[in-house]
Design a protein around this ligand. Structure first.
Ligand code: S3P
Length: 422
């Protein structure tokens, strides 16, 4: 993919950014917890979430789909699939299905692409096994393919050593079919779509005074979902950075979730000096509204708190940091190493090709801002790396190799990016 430098300022309203990936995965999966038809509008029609939808179909649900309008009618009893369940590139799908399927009668094999097969699954396999789940896989259950045989699960009290919404969600899903009330605690709140959506469907999922999420097992089927999936703030963030680094430019990102666990990167951009406004319009499962980002000169910033709230946006933020005045520091972000690629390596290797001075740490990096030049960079098969450096291309031009991965989350990314150049 060849990106040309932008020559004129842009002031655009964007209403066709990809729908939220985390919420779309959960819509597909959670509809299986109801006995009625769920109606989902604006479902993300990208590779990752369409894979999840296929898995839901393999588990016996009847699905109709017209673009992003999806209905899902589950079977009374889930079907044991004849084939492997392909999660593609998605860690969210694989980890959440581990929790979901651990208590379902039958045998299930979860597979994915070559990148997903290298990502750690012990973080869900270990706590699930400790409550009675039968999960196995390569490297003693740490790597896919994973094999699950449904079992009876025990209620649990679990304090997670990792702040991960995927681990939390897997455990909450398992708890819904355990033999008593379960309790789950994380150090810092991670994205909470699972709790919000399950509560909206009628499940008893409550956080107590000590910070434990208490989950009661289901006695009956849940209410179906009736939801319009909001815009994905992580996908919208590429355009926020585009505006922040381009003089006299602005973008309005429409109908995006303003869930506080998802918009922290926009607040970092604000701290760096960009003009960022959040305009909430409604609250259905999630607060939803528009975000307006306008260019102002950017300064370096330290990012060391609330890391799980901006983990997916750090690659795009690294572009803003490279063009800011002064040094920026990212700390406590070791989780970056186990995302779709090792994002510390893929960010700094590509910044190096663009002439940026940096220091790499085990849990982050320091970037010396000021300039970034054209290069040919590699995505490392990681959609967020490809899109971050495409945005950098607006500043200086860029060639990005291996961009098919963008289809996993944001198929019309290049089309929207090209509208900034007219
Ligand atoms: C996700 C959780 C995050 C995020 C991922 C999607 C989810 O991972 O990086 O892209 O939908 O639950 P963690 O498990 O590290 O929180």
């Amino acid at each position: 993919m060849l990106i040309e430098k932008v020559v004129k300022p842009f002031n655009v309203v964007i209403d066709n950014i990809a729908s939220d990936k985390s919420i779309s995965h959960r819509c597909a999966m959670f509809s299986l917890l109801s006995d009625k038809t769920s109606h989902i509008k604006n479902f993300l029609t990208a590779e990752d979430t369409l894979n999840t939808l296929s898995i839901v179909e393999q588990l016996g649900a009847t699905i109709t789909r017209d673009g992003g309008d999806v209905t899902i009618t589950p079977k009374a009893t889930l079907v044991e699939p004849k084939n492997v369940l392909d999660c593609g590139n998605s860690g969210t799908a694989m980890r959440l299905f581990c929790g979901f399927l651990s208590s379902v009668e039958g045998a299930f094999v979860l597979v994915g692409d070559k990148y997903l097969h290298e990502r750690p699954m012990k973080r869900v396999a270990d706590p699930l096994r400790s409550i009675g789940a039968h999960i196995d896989g390569r490297e003693e259950g740490n790597k896919a393919p994973l094999f699950i045989r449904g079992a009876k699960l025990n209620a649990f009290t679990y304090v997670s050593p990792i702040d991960s919404a995927q681990v939390k969600s897997a455990m909450i899903l398992a708890a819904l079919r355990a033999n008593g009330v379960s309790k789950y605690k994380e150090n810092e709140l991670t994205r909470d779509h699972t709790e919000r959506m399950l509560k909206g469907m009628g499940a008893k999922v409550q956080t107590n005074n000590e910070g434990f999420i208490e989950i009661e097992p289901l006695k009956t089927a849940l209410k179906p979902l009736n939801i319009t999936v909001p815009t994905d703030p992580s996908s919208g963030f590429f355009f926020a950075v585009a505006a922040a680094i381009t003089p006299n430019s602005s973008v309005t990102i429409k109908n995006v979730t303003l869930n506080p666990t998802r918009i922290e990167a926009y607040k970092v951009l604000q701290r760096m000096g960009a003009d960022v406004q959040f305009n909430q319009k409604e609250d259905i499962y999630e607060p939803i509204g528009d975000i307006v980002v306008s260019h102002k000169e950017l300064n370096g910033v330290v990012v060391e708190e609330n890391i799980s709230w901006l983990i997916d946006e750090l690659p795009a933020l690294s572009i803003a940091m490279s063009l800011a005045k002064g040094k920026s520091l990212v700390k406590n972000a070791k989780e970056l190493r186990v995302k779709e690629s090792d994002r510390i390596v893929s960010v700094v290797n590509n910044l190096k090709l663009c002439g940026v001075t940096y220091t790499e740490f085990e849990d982050g990096y320091e970037i010396v801002g000021g300039s970034l030049h054209k290069a040919t960079i590699n995505s490392h098969g990681d959609h967020r790396i490809a899109m971050s450096f495409a945005v950098a291309g607006l500043h200086c031009g860029m060639t990005i190799e291996d961009t098919e991965c963008i289809l996993t989350s944001f198929p019309n990314f290049a089309e929207i990016l090209s509208t900034l150049r007219v």
